[in-house]
Ligand binder design. Structure first.
Ligand SMILES: CC(C)(COP(=O)(O)OP(=O)(O)OC[C@H]1O[C@@H](n2cnc3c(N)ncnc32)[C@H](O)[C@@H]1OP(=O)(O)O)[C@@H](O)C(=O)NCCC(=O)NCCS
Length: 141
């Protein structure tokens, strides 16, 4: 399978994918992805095409709410979108979160982002709120 857990050295490649996704997603700096790779490697997956990272998904627990996990970002290089790569990453992520005993995943995406909305709905997420930029969605197991 072309999906594996992230490694710290992937931080540059992950940043490039994130930058490719602007403005639908706010790319973080290398340092943030390095931190996430060190602390949340278990729920940070990359997708490879011929050894090149072309997508990733990353999330972490909300330590303020017992049993709640957050999906921070899912991102696929533009030319690879619509080929079920996001779905494969989401499946891997959700299965890991479930296996780790969490009861709920929350996420956020922009109002204009129909593709992200469709991906979330495919995995059972329902809209549960909004802020000035977009929707909050959650799936409960
Ligand atoms: C959102 C994103 C991660 C989806 O990844 P993807 O690999 O393109 O998604 P998939 O091919 O798995 O499609 C998922 C669902 O979206 C829908 N979809 C597919 N192509 C679509 C398109 N061009 N426009 C809108 N919806 C579409 C379908 O319902 C699909 O489900 P299906 O497989 O049952 O048909 C990707 O488009 C992306 O990286 N966008 C930019 C960054 C971003 O918006 N990230 C999310 C916010 S954090």
């Amino acid at each position: 399978m072309p999906i594996r857990n992230v490694q710290v050295k992937d931080k540059f490649a992950v940043t490039k994918v994130a930058e490719n996704c602007a403005p639908l997603l706010r790319a973080s700096v290398n340092g943030t992805y390095e931190f996430l790779a060190r602390c949340f490697q278990r729920t940070f997956f990359v997708y490879l095409d011929n050894s090149e990272i072309i997508g990733y998904i990353v999330g972490f627990p909300n330590t303020s709410v017992k049993g709640e996990f957050w999906l921070y970002q899912v991102a696929i290089n533009e030319k690879y979108r619509g080929r079920h790569i996001g779905s494969q990453l989401m499946e891997k992520f959700v299965n890991q979160v479930k296996a780790d005993g969490y009861k709920r995943i929350r996420s956020h995406f922009q109002f204009v982002n129909e593709h992200s909305k469709n991906l979330h709905e495919k995995f059972g997420f329902k809209i549960c709120g909004q802020d000035d930029r977009g929707w909050f969605a959650e799936v409960i197991f």
